[in-house]
Design a protein around this ligand. Structure first.
Ligand SMILES: [Zn+2]
Length: 84
């Protein structure tokens, strides 16, 4: 990720550990993508191995994408909440 926005010069790394909050955004997103499908699989009578494998396979596919966009969302939240 760039140090500053190339368009407006907004500081994208204002302090060390700034993107730790993005972990919470990622946690919420991955929960939304994981819990309802697993509950639906459980209710449909899927095998326990499927219930265990689903989150792992999903994380392999969606993990890098969600991690990236969680940082993007966090940067936007920081931009929107900063007073200029
Ligand atoms: Zn900008």
């Amino acid at each position: 990720m760039a140090k500053v926005c190339p368009n407006c010069g907004y500081d994208l790394h204002p302090e060390p550990g700034y993107y730790l909050g993005a972990m919470m955004v990622g946690f919420i997103a991955i929960s939304i993508f994981t819990v309802p499908p697993v509950v639906m699989l459980k209710l449909s009578g899927a095998d326990d191995s499927v219930l265990l494998a689903y989150p792992f396979l999903q994380y392999l596919i969606l993990g890098p994408i969600i991690t990236h966009y969680a940082k993007v969302i966090w940067a936007h939240l920081g931009y929107k909440s900063s007073f200029k």
